[in-house]
Design a protein around this ligand. Structure first.
Ligand code: 6GU
Length: 240
């Protein structure tokens, strides 16, 4: 799977990309990540990528010409343009169903902005899918792009050591419940003990206990997950 990231701060990514699971996926050739500096498509000797908003107001706005030309140049590299995602707090909030769908794409192009925003014509011309990672404001889309890459890459076949392990994750599968509590040695620590059932060797009993745990925890912490519609079936996108 190929990712292309367009950002004003490509230097934010290598530390994160060198992290073990991702680095392994890159070394095994399962994942390719290309970083592009939006500034490379700026014009004039000042290499200005943003400007003051027409009509006044605070902050700066990313220029339409620089961004459109940068995205088009990156999309033209490679056999297919891929799916264009724009990271913005105005976007649709990312969830595991969308992560699963994105993990089936061959190529994703991620466009990171600053929170003052993009010239509106960028949206009109490029028609990106807009993604937010939650209801709070970040200084830029870079951390959000890393979140998208992290969540998607672990679903790429061969990346996780144990293929079964992500099927048991919170939010995956038809039933979207929080994970059950896990324990390892020691059996007792500062008077806190491991639940007896987990030491019983009775696997049907353990499975039942874990399910009840998940359900109780979800009811307590995230009741909103219990009243949701099942995830929609999604259509493959011919560009990605
Ligand atoms: Cl994708 N970008 C920014 N700047 N802030 C966010 C976000 C994205 N998602 C949540 N907050």
């Amino acid at each position: 799977m190929r990712f292309d990231v367009l950002t004003l701060f490509p230097e934010m990514f290598p530390g994160y990309l060198g992290q073990s699971l991702l680095n392994l996926a890159i070394e095994r050739g399962l994942v390719e990540i290309n970083l592009h500096n939006i500034r490379d498509w700026s014009k004039g000797k000042h290499q200005q990528v943003d400007d003051r908003p027409f009509g006044g107001g605070p902050g700066m706005v990313l220029r339409v010409d620089t961004v459109v030309e940068g995205v088009e140049a990156v999309q033209a590299q490679g056999a297919r343009p891929g799916r264009l995602l724009l990271l913005t707090p105005q976007g649709k909030r990312l969830d595991q169903a969308q992560v699963e769908e994105l993990s089936r794409c061959e190529r994703l192009v991620l466009l990171c902005g600053r929170y003052e925003g993009f010239d509106e014509r960028i949206h009109e011309i490029l028609k990106p899918e807009e993604i937010s990672i939650g209801d709070y404001v970040l200084n830029g889309g870079e951390v959000a792009a890393m979140v998208v890459i992290d969540a998607v890459v672990r679903l790429v076949p061969g990346v996780l050591g144990d293929e079964a392990s992500h099927r048991a994750d919170s939010f995956s599968g038809a039933e979207r419940l929080l994970d059950f509590a896990q324990y390892t040695r020691p059996r007792e620590y500062r008077g806190h003990v491991v639940p007896e059932v987990l030491l019983s060797g009775n696997h049907p009993e353990i499975a039942r206990w874990r399910y009840e745990q998940s359900l109780a925890r979800t009811r307590e912490r995230r009741a909103d997950l219990l009243n949701r519609e099942p995830p929609e079936a999604t259509q493959p996108n011919p560009n990605s």
